[in-house]
Design a protein around this ligand. Sequence first.
Ligand SMILES: [Fe+2]
Ligand SMILES: [Fe+2]
Length: 305
Amino acid sequence: MQMNHFPIYAGSLQPQTSVLFDAFVLVGGKHLPCFRKAETVDLERLKKLHASNTTKLFIPVQEEPAYFEYLRHRLESLKAAKSPLQFLLGTLSTLTENLPRTLEEESSFRATSSLVSLASEYLRSHPNALKAEISELKGSNDIIEHSAKVAILSLALAPRLGLQDDQELCDMGVAALLHDLGKLSMNLPFGVSLDDLPRSITQAYLSHPSLSVELISEKRYINVRIRRLIGDHEEMGQGEGFPAKKNVSELSLSSQVLNLCNDFERYATINNTSLLKAFKPYTKDKRGVFDSLHLLRLGEMLSGK
Ligand SMILES: [Fe+2]
Ligand SMILES: [Fe+2]
């Protein structure tokens, strides 16, 4: 039965909205109904799920189009939402977790990209949307959450640095969701700095950006820019990153933003702190590694300016 369902993050459901699909909770290996088609999502039930640490629900695979349609509607009407961050996190985490499956079909990949594009459009046209919540944002518990947070930070920061091109923003958001696919496939430790890794896995770690690109090499519908963004995502400073030891300032703006957000989010995770608290020590530790204006705008964004 489990094979016929795909996981979604409960955060991707918004209270007081009507669901277009059945959603189940997994209890003792069985899927038990949680929300029924056409039912209104009850805030109390969402709170109960949260209190019981139930972060994921399950939807029958054949209802994926209905779930994607629900997300599309929610993203399009997000303007009115008081706290969009949890919804965006839930949505982008769901898209990341399902990538191994959705990458298999061009139509599913395009549906994923168009949802990323809507999230990007929202963050671009509402520069202060995350103001109330972003200072509370902490480092991540796993690589899925990390990828979703890197996407949100990048999509919110890039327009503040002048990047307004819809396609480039969307490609950067998709690359953020995909960037650590290689790390995930090798089951490498998450949230650890390169210096603290056991020597036996250093080589594997250094190869993860290239492996991420290799894993999508057959997918003709993933464009060159997304591949390049993924392959370069660990490049920083003047050749201080890997694998090609590129000078980060020579990369495209979207690539620089992605790399900064990836490195910064990981720093907050390693130091087990909120992104806001991580910012000052990060800028001290990484002086000269990323563009100072990019860091300045990131700091402003985190302090709700
Ligand atoms: Fe990485
Ligand atoms: Fe990463």
